[in-house]
Ligand binder design. Structure first.
Ligand SMILES: [Zn+2]
Length: 486
């Protein structure tokens, strides 16, 4: 079948970041019929209108040209850098795992490579290999912050590109796995290592596995290993993104859910390429938006809303009204863990909760706690990514400057870090969080956070119970056959 795409085990996008077209030109009639029938099977004009819109989405020039309707931040080269992280065993013969006996090597000596130039689940060039065992994330004392620093240090680019294969293709039954470099970092940073049990002794060796070693064993010790069709892990719910992998991950359309946005746009009288944004929404293209663009304030920020925040400053947690018998501190601890939609749903359950939760200063307090320590923690940048920290800071300063004006000088703003900006009494938290909800980038970030939390749960089960299926032999037996990049 020539070449094909395989998907990142965390985000479910191909190395290049996924689709760049709505659909294949040969499928236009079929999709137009489906969409028209779902919206209104009795309206004969609908089919033509939708077919026209779909036709407008096909790039006119060459295969390689980027469609002009493709939003910034989607598809190659905007979704991510070209660099991926491959982990597993790369033998001297063409970078494959040595197969001189049954089973696969265990995770104890896993190699970790920064790789580029993907090709059907494999990678053709190596930028750098980390020293084996350099990034141990063992439970004894290693805090999340320290792990991030280790991750960063172990990936200082050497600048050299070596023409070496790193085989990871699921289609070739390789146990090696790969992730976008950003996804690798998110997983390292966002898993709550303190909350996980200590690893069980899986082998006679006393030494604990590295982060990469554990991830490799988790992916390969499940009863259901990676799916040959989707190339993803069946124990993780990827929310349908895998449907976009046909032979290649070229088209948004297979991820579609419903026709809500298209129906609305048609109702408004939109036609042709003006319907494409609505189609992108129904096709859930936001799952392929780069997850590190923090929203900027619109110029016309609602000043009355921001006045609410500044006129009701929070003095202390004890200022929160009591509800039933729950102490305030406990209530706040609970509410900060609630996903935002659940919090709003909760506020509609009774009058006293309604009054409490929608009270601006209380809501502000919950949001602050949720961002720093609770369900909205994904809004924070990953500290090992300097670009993320800078990008987030820039966005937060814009929000603060829109509302604060004379409250803080520019000098104060420039010196403030992310947390200081976020907890600033003037910061328009509610408006900012609402803007995050309207941002494709932030919603994809939230999706990735959710995926990491799923991995965290699987990780916990692996640490408690070990392998679901033992497919391993001691990797020490093959050390001399490996190709280690110096
Ligand atoms: Zn990824």
């Amino acid at each position: 079948m020539g070449s094909w795409d395989e998907l990142c085990i965390l985000c479910g996008a191909s190395p290049e970041g996924g689709p760049h077209d709505l659909l294949h030109s040969g499928d236009i009639d079929e999709y137009a019929r489906q969409l028209a029938d779902e919206i209104d099977p009795y309206n004969d004009d609908l089919f033509d209108t939708i077919r026209n819109a779909l036709k407008c989405s096909i790039p006119q020039k060459t295969l390689l040209s980027r469609a002009e309707w493709l939003p910034d931040g989607m598809a190659h080269p905007q979704y991510c850098s070209d660099v991926c992280v491959a982990l597993g065993y790369f033998g001297k013969e063409e970078g494959t795992v040595p197969r001189d006996r049954d089973g696969i090597p265990d995770g104890r000596n896993v190699q970790v490579r920064r790789v580029i130039d993907s090709s059907s689940g494999d990678f053709e060039r190596v930028l750098q290999e980390t020293v084996v065992g350099n990034e141990n994330v063992s439970a004894d004392g290693g805090s999340a912050e320290e792990d991030e620093v280790l991750g960063e240090e172990s990936f200082v680019a050497s600048g050299r590109k070596l023409d070496l294969y790193s085989m990871c293709a699921v289609a070739h039954e390789s146990p090696n796995i790969w992730l976008h470099e950003r996804c690798y970092q998110y997983m390292q940073s966002w898993i709550d290592w303190q909350s996980l049990p200590r690893p069980t002794a899986l082998s006679s060796s006393e030494e604990e596995l590295s982060f990469a070693g554990e991830l490799y064993e988790i992916a390969n010790s499940r009863k259901q290993t990676r799916d040959r069709d989707t190339t993803l892990l069946p124990c993780i719910d990827y929310d349908g993104i895998e449907a976009t992998l046909e032979q290649w991950q070229d088209h948004f359309a297979p991820a579609r859910r419903g026709t809500k946005y298209l129906a609305r746009a048609l109702h408004e009288g939109l036609q042709g390429k003006d319907l494409i944004p609505a189609l992108l929404k129904d096709f859930r293209a936001w799952m392929f938006m780069r997850p590190d663009v923090w929203p900027k304030p619109l110029e016309a920020i609602d000043t009355t809303a921001t006045t609410v925040f500044t006129t009701f400053p929070i003095n202390s947690i004890s200022a929160i009204p009591l509800i039933d018998t729950l102490p305030n501190e406990l209530l706040l601890l609970i509410l900060r863990e609630l996903p935002l939609p659940s919090l709003l749903a909760l506020s509609s359950t009774c009058r006293s909760l309604r009054a409490l939760i929608t009270e601006p200063s209380f809501m502000d307090c919950v949001l602050k706690e949720a961002i720093l320590r609770g369900s909205l923690k994904w809004i924070l940048p990953v500290s090992s990514f300097k670009n993320e920290v800078q990008g987030c800071c820039t966005s937060l300063r814009l929000w603060l400057s829109v509302v604060s004006g004379s409250c803080q000088s520019d000098g104060d703003l420039i010196d403030s870090n992310v947390n200081a900006l976020l907890v600033s009494p003037q910061f328009p938290r509610l408006t900012f969080v609402r803007a995050c909800w309207e941002s494709d980038s932030m919603m994809n970030r939230k999706r990735l956070w959710g995926l990491v939390k799923q991995f965290e749960a699987v990780w916990g089960s692996y640490r408690l119970h070990g392998w679901e299926v033992d497919r391993f032999y001691p990797s020490a037996e093959i050390l001399d056959t490996l190709q280690i990049v110096e």
